[in-house]
Design a protein around this ligand. Sequence first.
Ligand code: MN
Length: 306
Amino acid sequence: MKLNPWVRIGMCSESASRAQRSRKRMAVTGLVVFFAAIVAVVLAAPRSSSAQSAGASTTSSASPWAGSVDPALITDLVYANRILYDQGVLDGFGHVSVRDPNNPSHFLLSRSMAPALVTAKDIVEYDAQGEPVNPGSPNGYLERYIHAAMYRARPDVNSVVHSHSAAILPFGLTGTPLRAVYHMSGFLGSSGVPIFDIRDAAGQTDMLISSNKLGDALAKVLGDHTVVLMRGHGSVAVGKSIQEAVFRAVYAEVNSRIQMDAMKLGDVKYLSQEEAAMAAATVGAQIGRSWDLWKRRIGNLDAASH
Ligand code: MN
């Protein structure tokens, strides 16, 4: 009997599909073994892809001098120190602080050391008068009274940066007003950043804000501005968050460079009051973009040099 070719094909395809099923089973078994091996390798590797998160949580453990502050806030403050150095705002000197959200009259600031080397364990809690809360705290910055005074005077301010960055200094020396020249620094305003002259407040000094009295005099000149220049010394930038204060410190410096370059070329057309206010509102809502980038440049806090 002659087999119908379609039946033959059917028989062949039936045995073929049996073989295929068997191969499929083998392949699936092989894949399971393969992935199990990968999982085993990943779990066994001590510091592979999971190293970053593990490292970050180690670094963000609370400082012995900073009470029960959220470790995430301490981590942000450590990043702020490193970022301000990386962006050329701070060098071996200068400092950045944050208000304690649990106790708004207190603030957190590194012990006296170079900002680029600060770790979570160096953060110290200070009271409203700029004195350490915990007995035995390490030595603090001589100018911690700058921070204490700003927090006393400005309830809206939650972070303060004090720096001696070079480009902004000439505007405190010459009486040429520092003003917003582009959208990124609209927060500087159009009327000129105020200048504090310590000689007016206290006569002949070492130029440092080393007391609450001098801190209060500086805060008075800051008024409701975002930045104040300190004649022959540096500047202070304030913000409602660490990210905002860092952003303002960085862009006050950049604005100073641009304004100086523009003044060499000719008459400068500054932002108007309206332009400065609108640009500050729009750009101010997007500062997270810079913060994320600047943090990426620092990388893992444990891996950074300290
Ligand atoms: Mn200083």
